[in-house]
Design a protein around this ligand. Structure first.
Ligand code: PHE
Length: 339
């Protein structure tokens, strides 16, 4: 029986030392410590021994059992420690690796140009005024000296919301809003959204204009030309000349169209300027005295000029965008080119 005990102890020691997983340890533990363990069997066989040897041997079995228990507990904690360490080294985080970059958006070219235009005019002493996208016929047409039968009033050009209420077709409405509320001197620009029933590569039903209005004593056409020249050079470059051609607008007299030298061919003639060497930028003129009179501004004392141009058109020219619709699709691949 002595040899049997020694054999059991040696076998258990060897087995437990070789165990490499917690699961395995768990199952062997119940084998050695549980109710049906070989040690319990030995205990049962004690009665076969002579009476005086029984206590001594029983003690030996218990000691062996306790030692085994201790060994298992130690093994258990060393296996747990090992499992923890491997889990750390498996999920290692390399803090020196470069992070994933956020996908940053970019300003729409319209916003970029809008801000540039504002900056140029603010630097020349202009204030920025705002009007309303939804207007009435008075501010969009009547006050701007537009006759009742003017084609621009037509349903096919103007989006009407109600009888008298419409989406403004031009930022010139802000001229009226400002002059209703302020006496000269006035020196403002008014950038904003406008709406017309037009939709093709160079027209969008919702588009952007910027209006300028300067009213004071002794304002002349020369002032208009001077400011236009300065503005065009500041926005497009020192080598870009501008010119004005006679035109007609109901609310300015005389009226003119503003051209700039073609940005692509610099005047030689190309497909962008259709061989002209010049590109149309917007409209301008001296405020018609009729407009002043309707608003209670003394047209004998004051004179003024106004001009307006499409912000989207400026953006297309500056960034060589072939189709206006690209500006409104918000395709991230397109926008990212203007970072
Ligand atoms: N509002 C005019 C247009 O939309 C442009 C313009 C503005 C003309 C100011 C003269 C003066 O065509």
């Amino acid at each position: 029986m002595e040899t049997r005990l020694q054999f059991l102890i040696d076998q258990a020691r060897k087995e437990i030392t070789e165990i490499t997983s917690l699961n395995e340890l768990q199952s062997r533990k119940s084998h050695y410590i549980g109710k049906k363990s070989p040690f319990t069997e030995l205990m049962k066989q004690l009665k076969e021994l002579p009476k005086e040897e029984r206590p001594e041997f029983g003690k030996k079995i218990n000691i062996a059992k306790n030692q085994l228990q201790l060994m298992i507990t130690e093994k258990e904690s060393s296996l747990k420690q090992l499992a923890y360490e491997t889990s750390l080294s498996d999920n290692i985080v390399d803090i020196t690796m470069p992070g994933r970059r956020r996908n940053k958006g970019a300003l729409n070219p319209i916003n970029k140009v809008w801000r540039e235009i504002e900056d140029v005019f603010i630097s020349m002493g202009f204030d920025v005024a705002e009007g309303y996208d939804i207007e009435d016929e008075f501010h969009n047409f009547d006050a701007l000296n537009t006759p009742q039968d003017h084609p621009a009033r037509d349903l096919s050009d103007t989006f009407y919301i109600d009888n008298n209420i419409l989406l403004r077709t031009q930022t010139s409405t802000v001229q009226i809003r400002v002059m209703e509320n302020h006496q000269p001197p006035i020196k403002i620009i008014a950038p904003g959204r406008c709406y017309r029933n037009d939709n093709d590569a160079s027209h969008s039903p919702a588009f952007h204009q910027v209006e300028a209005l300067v009213v004071d004593e002794g304002i002349s056409f020369a002032d208009l030309k001077d400011v236009l020249n300065l503005f065009v050079k500041r926005l497009f470059g020192q080598n870009i000349e501008s010119r004005i051609r006679p035109h007609f607008f109901p609310f300015t007299e005389p009226s003119a169209e503003i051209d700039i030298v073609c940005l692509k061919c610099l005047g030689k003639g190309c497909n962008l300027c259709k061989g002209q060497g010049w590109i149309e930028l917007g409209g301008a003129g001296m405020v018609d005295p009729n407009v002043f009179d309707k608003l209670g501004i003394d047209s004998e004392k004051y004179s003024g000029y106004a001009f307006g141009m499409g912000i989207d058109r400026v953006a297309m020219l500056k960034y060589k965008i072939p189709d206006m619709r690209m500006l409104f699709e918000n395709d991230i691949r397109f926008l990212k080119q203007f970072k």
